[in-house]
Every structure is written in structure tokens, then in C-alpha cells.
Design a protein around this ligand. Sequence first.
Ligand code: OAD
Length: 236
Amino acid sequence: MTHRNLVVLTGAGVSAESGVPTFRASDGLWCGHRVEEVATPEGYAADPALVQDFYNQRRRQLAEVHPNAAHLALAELAARWEGDFLLVTQNVDDLHDRAHERVLPAPGFELIHMHGELLKGRCTRSGVVSRWTGDMAAHEPSPDHPDGRIRPHIVWFGEMSLRMDRIDRALSACDLFVSIGTSGNVYPAAGFVQQARHAGARTVEINLEPTLGRSMFDEGVYGPATRTVPEFFAGL
Ligand code: OAD
């Protein structure tokens, strides 16, 4: 079977073997914090120092991790894919970006960080997004607006995911949809498989183990992403 229009969705599982922790650990906490404390606009308003410190730590950790075989297999696929290939990640790390720096992608390729990026900051007043590699202070002043502050460019709970128009268009035209290393707990990403099915696409889940949404996919491939992702795409 040949495919032309590919959409791949990735989640925390694709970066797990690089040493980036996933979200849904069995203790229900995200690196020791309740999600409401560190991943909501209300949490930021209540305690900006705590929230900035949380993301400062994650941003610093990026210097210690590297793309793994799954990121690299997707980058190599992007270089040789002849149709449209939209890679949508829920991850805020830059491991896909770094993998794609090593191999020039084909013209039909695009990468979207639908939940934002740790290495970007956003002005709370102007909305201007800029690259940000260092720490952010609790009340980091914005160069773009006298009353603005710089906050992490991260989509928090209660906020809209980014670039949804572009993602919806790709899903409605795709003939292969592959979901990698995501628990399927968070919408709208959890609904992508249904959109792809509606478009008539072949749908595949790649994960360490079957997720609760397994029955929505045509096929499942199970095992660590560093093995399963290169194998699956080599066999296409
Ligand atoms: P989760 O932590 O919910 O799920 C991680 C998934 O990766 C699980 O299904 C694991 O089985 C799988 N997994 C773990 N290690 C793996 C490996 N080595 N190979 C393959 N699969 C593996 O993370 P996400 O689904 O990405 O949102 O979470 C979605 C969103 O929830 C995140 O983007 C974040 C969070 O709240 C925001 O920050 C807005």
C-alpha cells in the first residue's frame, strides 16, 4: 500500500528514552507538582515564581538530552517522503527540531508544536513570541510592551492548542495517521485519530503498550519507540 499524505502525532513517549519524563506517572503528579499549580493560567497568576522555576528547570534539562533513534527515524522519513508530511508534537522539548537539523526535510514537510515550546517566551500583553534559552524571572519584563511580562510559550490547560486550522486541514486530507507515544488523554490531540478515520486514512498506534484508545486504530505496534518507530517506517 502506498501513502501520500502522512500525519504523525507524537507525545511524551517519543522522548522518554532520551530521558525526558512523561506526564502521567502513577502518582498523578507532574514532576512532584499538581498540574493545576504549574500548567494553568490560574497557577501562573497565583504563583509566577513557582511556575517560572518549574519551566526554567525543564528548559535547563534540554541541554542534557539528545534526540533518540525514534526522532532520527522521523527526520530521515521527512527527508525522503514525497507527499505531504505533517509532524504534530505535543512535546514542548526541542528533540524533533534537533533531529531535523541533521537531515534536510523534503518540501512537503512541516513540524508543529501544538502545545508550545520550552525554548520560546511569549509577551502577556502583545502576544509576541520570541526564542528564549535562559531562565525567566518571576515577573520577567517584556521588551515588546511596557506592561507585559514574558511567560513560557506553553499551552496550559484551559488554553487553545496552536495551529489547529493547519492540523485539521492535514487530517482531513491524510491517508496515513500514526500516533506515537501518547496516552490519548488530552484533547484535541486525542480526537485526531477519529478525524483521520473520517478522512479514510489507515490509522496506526505505536506505544509501549496498548492505550485506552486502541480500538480506534486499525493497527497497533508495541514496544519502545527507539525500536518500533524505525522498524515501522522502514517497512512502509
Ligand atoms: P503521557 O505521559 O500521558 O503518555 C505517555 C505515553 O507514552 C504513554 O501512553 C506511555 O505508554 C507511552 N510511552 C512511554 N515510554 C514509551 C517508550 N519508550 N516508547 C513508546 N511509548 C512510550 O504523555 P502525552 O500523551 O504526551 O500537555 O500527554 C499529552 C499532554 O498531556 C502533554 O502534551 C501535556 C500533558 O498535560 C500540555 O502540556 C498542554
